[in-house]
Design a protein around this ligand. Sequence first.
Ligand code: CAA
Length: 384
Amino acid sequence: MSYKLTDEQLMIQAMVREFSRKVVAPEAAERDQNKEFPAQILKKMGELGFMGMMIPAEYGGEGADTISYVLALSEIAYSCASTAVVMSVHNSIVCESIYHFGTEDQKQRYLKPLAAGKFIGAFALTEPHAGSNPVAQTTTAVRDGDSYVISGVKRFISTGKNAGLVIVTAKTDEALRHKGISAFIIPRKTPGMIVGRTEDKMGLRASDTTDLIFEDCRVPAENLLGQEGDGFKIVMKGLDSGRIGIAAQSIGVAQAALDAAVKYAKERDQFGQKICKFQGLRWIIADMATEIEAARQLMLSAASMKDRGEKYTAQASMAKLFASEMVNRVTAKALQMHGGYGFIKDYPVERFFRDARVFTIYEGTSEIQRIVISDHVLKDKRLS
Ligand code: CAA
């Protein structure tokens, strides 16, 4: 890899790779089949510091940089994309949002146990009729004395059933559009927050995706994250970081698909020779490896901009856009190289192909990333 990683970044990558291959990989296919949430694995990941990677030690985290984090996330995704999405939303969106916008009390009360992996965080923005356009959300938060009363329905919430805490957005002032959206920290057992239906998905089947229903859910005013009206900004900042995480997930799955395809091509004989000897397949392998490396460089570039404190919104969108579309091409090619064996569950590429499909959709579709990127280009904002 041409990007020069530090000894510490390489050490973290090696440590997570070993854990991922030994602990996360072995039953990933069974968990996918049975829709089994990786609770025990996530507990171990918490103990090893993977659930608060970018949070400083004073709040229970590891104080690692974003580059170390995305390398780690890719390694987890290599073995199990379902486990990786839980790690990603928890680290990039939930922990970081509380770290950047929370009060000292919120950090002590919620961030510390989150960063130590005592429970998992989820993030509830999307609604049945508000996906790409979060301003159209209709969940409301009405101030009543020392509380807010939250009512509405959130949809497609990753880890909705298994989270110990959810950051939820709601409208505090309809007339103010973006500035009328606020964010709240809502612990799991809060009365009025009800877990609705769990989706039956084509991929990421070991991670739960649910509705969250709010029926007069009363939350203390002290659980407001940031100020009233900060919700949209908090979410967008969280998604900037989250989108580098989706690139990391994409790269992990793509690398796993390439490795599986290469292994198969070196073993499979047809027409009297290993199929990796055929130029037609060698060229496909070369294209797959090149695309993965290009995505990796975009991811590392966006992550290093974040680490340097630069504005990286467009670069995060570029990394997410390219990597998520790349992994769909790479997993399709890896499946094709397996012939009929790619279409059955005995080989992992079938799962990789299904898991990859959502990466161009969640945390902002490819179309939304193109809006963000073209907006920066048209406003002639500096991109390099
Ligand atoms: N950081 C900080 N502030 C930002 C920002 C960013 N990245 N992007 C926008 N803002 C601010 C703007 O500066 C602006 O502020 P002012 O009013 O003070 O000027 C305000 O937010 C509104 O910005 P826009 O006019 O650009 O907003 P818009 O309504 O046109 O929408 C959008 C922009 C990029 C399309 C945005 O709506 C978007 O990203 N949509 C996709 C939502 C999304 O990704 N949903 C995924 C759901 S989460 C998920 O998938 C989770 C999971 O579990 C895996």
